[in-house]
Design a protein around this ligand. Sequence first.
Ligand SMILES: Cc1ncc(COP(=O)(O)O)c(C=O)c1O
Length: 347
Amino acid sequence: MGKIDFSMDYCEGAHPIVLDRLLKTNMEQTPGYGYDSYCQEAADIIKTMCGNESLAVHFLVGGTQTNLIAITAALRPHQCAIAPSSGHISTSETGAIEAAGHKIITVPEENGKITADQIRQVCDEYRNSESKVHITQPKLVFLTHATEYGTIYKRMELQAISDVCKENNLYLYIDGARLGYGLCAEDSDLDLPFIAKCCDMFYIGGTKQGLLFGEALIIKNEKISEDFRSIMKQRGGLLAKGRLLGLQFTALLENDLYFDLSRHANKMAQEIRNRLSQKGIRFFVENTTNQIFAIFPHEALEKFQQKYIFDVKNKAEGGSSIVRICTSWATVEENVQRLISCLQHEL
Ligand SMILES: Cc1ncc(COP(=O)(O)O)c(C=O)c1O
């Protein structure tokens, strides 16, 4: 038997219901570039789920592409984004935002999160600067939910961030590559309508949540949505066979599949987390979503790496490493039990 891969949440293809939908509609002829009835249907489902029929919904292929197109559509040439130092746009997108001409002001994160006060401070610094014309103007706040460390924002925190954005004329944008895992965390008090109310735009990630690929970008702010399709096309983000995105999202969002799969991934992660705690393994970050950040002694890690693939992040103090163990919509319970039993015997 090959190694079981717990290193990320996009190791597998797509949920069978999604594939079945693609297969059943395979020979249908539809208009291109998202002007088909499936994209319309998926957009309608999303608007209803968000409790706001006036939202604009656009389907894109991947996370970097979505962040790049959404953020650059929102910013004027002299404006910049504020992001946590661990934010995906700051650490993992090859400088896509910077390459498009916009600076990212990073603020120190705590467990992947930033606060309303930190954002206010950045805005105050800009406002009080005597050389505003020489520096970039903060205009957008980028958050990730669940965060890079699998933590989640609580209702009060997000409300405070949204308020500070409004006070300072900033757009609020949430990267929801793992939004379902965040919303379905056992301690989550957020839902889609609340997120839609707080943000100017956000996306519901599909690539890590059961689709072959695809992200649904939801834009509330009309200033950003103006001519958005043209901006997508110019940046290579308007898929000719756009229906593949709409179809996949209809399959994922109907009958609560998106949330059921998210709950499944979180449950699998919790089972692993419980056993790790029982064995005295400490966590780099405490969280309740599908990513586990455990501190593994090197000796144990080497043993586990013979059978399992984890994402080894950093060396920690005292001969240990920070290891990310990821579950997903596709994680097989049997493999989790196998890992748990291995943890029981080998740690
Ligand atoms: C939070 C987040 N945003 C964006 C992305 C980028 O997605 P992609 O690799 O599809 O461009 C990722 C991928 O790991 C991610 O975790």
